[in-house]
Design a protein. Structure first.
Length: 320
């Protein structure tokens, strides 16, 4: 199992210095992936509720998080790292035209020497769709299906053209092509049945969000059934986004209910290792995480938390 971390591009800890430090630590201490995440605009007073966890996107809808641009950060990660993979975790496809997205990802794949992982999702914040005057929120699944068809065509064809319901264009030249052959791995994010079907139809992997190990195993069984029916058995990997809260107090984990255990691995080094083992045993190929610590450890920020994880937790897990 691999491990990847969010780049510090979200919230009060966002800074160039923090991203630089995260890149150095990830390359030096054996992280597998650094992930950039996506939102463009948070309308003040937005009403949508994040469907995957209990936390807010900021202290309230009237005080949203600072959020740096996903694709700009991805390109910066390419420049500041040498070994670690870099990925979109995930890019909300309806926010951009698919030809623009295909060109940007292919360019960064070339600049990084073929290290991009392309995570793609449909989005959840309807207020953001409205503010950006995007295609209908209700149609976003079908929009993303067309986008993935367009993106793959742009990456693999010399003269791609497309004639769909939402996107239409004649034969065009779009360069460069990606470094990876035939293109960067595509991870389709989302916990819904359509997301699983989309992963089998278009992807190299399915990316779950804040699910318990038992739930990942259940989704994995459904994914295997779908992939086998499509002639893609054993071709679709599984990854999951789940936070991490490290403490020296073993009672913290025991006091949590399932909604809080679902959104983060919580506990001492030994307890978090046990949770990592459970995800591995459920068939997860990569954990995507961000690391917080409580006052018993007192890491200064999430980058320090990432370093603590890579020095203390990950070696203990790899030894299991």
């Amino acid at each position: 199992m691999r491990v990847g971390f969010f780049a510090p591009q979200v919230g009060i800890g966002s800074s160039k210095a923090a991203i630089d430090r995260a890149c150095y630590i990830a390359d030096d201490l054996g992280a597998d992936t650094l992930w950039a995440v996506d939102h463009i605009a948070f309308p003040y007073g937005f009403s949508a509720v994040y469907p995957y966890a209990t936390h807010e996107f900021g202290t309230s809808p009237d005080r949203p998080l600072e959020w740096w641009d996903c694709l700009s950060v991805l390109t910066y990660l390419a420049a500041r790292t040498e070994r670690v993979r870099i990925g979109t975790g995930v890019l909300v496809l309806p926010y951009r035209h698919p030809v623009t997205t295909a060109k940007a990802i292919a360019t960064t794949d070339l600049l990084s020497g073929g290290r991009v992982v392309f995570g793609a999702g449909v989005g959840w914040l309807e207020d953001e769709f409205t503010a950006l005057q995007l295609l209908s929120f209700a149609d976003r699944g079908r929009v993303v299906d067309e986008q993935l068809e367009v993106i793959k065509a742009v990456w693999t064809q010399e003269r791609p053209s497309y004639h769909g319901q939402f996107y239409k264009f004649p034969a065009i030249s779009v360069t460069p092509k990606p470094s990876q052959d035939p293109y960067p791995p595509i991870l389709v994010g989302g916990n819904s049945p359509p997301a699983l079907r989309r992963a089998v139809r278009f992807g190299n992997g399915w990316h779950g969000l804040m699910l318990l190990p038992s739930e990942m195993a259940e989704h994995g069984a459904r994914l295997t059934t779908l992939a086998t029916s499509a002639g893609r058995a054993k071709e679709i990997s599984m990854s999951v986004l789940v936070g991490c809260l490290l403490t020296k107090d073993p009672s913290v984990y025991r006091g949590l209910d399932d909604p809080h255990r679902r959104q983060a691995m919580v506990g001492t080094v030994e307890q978090v290792v046990d949770q990592l083992v459970a995800y591995r045993d459920a068939g997860v190929a990569e954990i995507q995480t961000f690391v917080d610590t409580d006052s018993t450890i007192q890491a200064a920020d999430q980058v320090d938390g990432m370093e603590f994880f890579l020095r203390e937790v990950w070696p203990a897990f790899l030894a299991t």
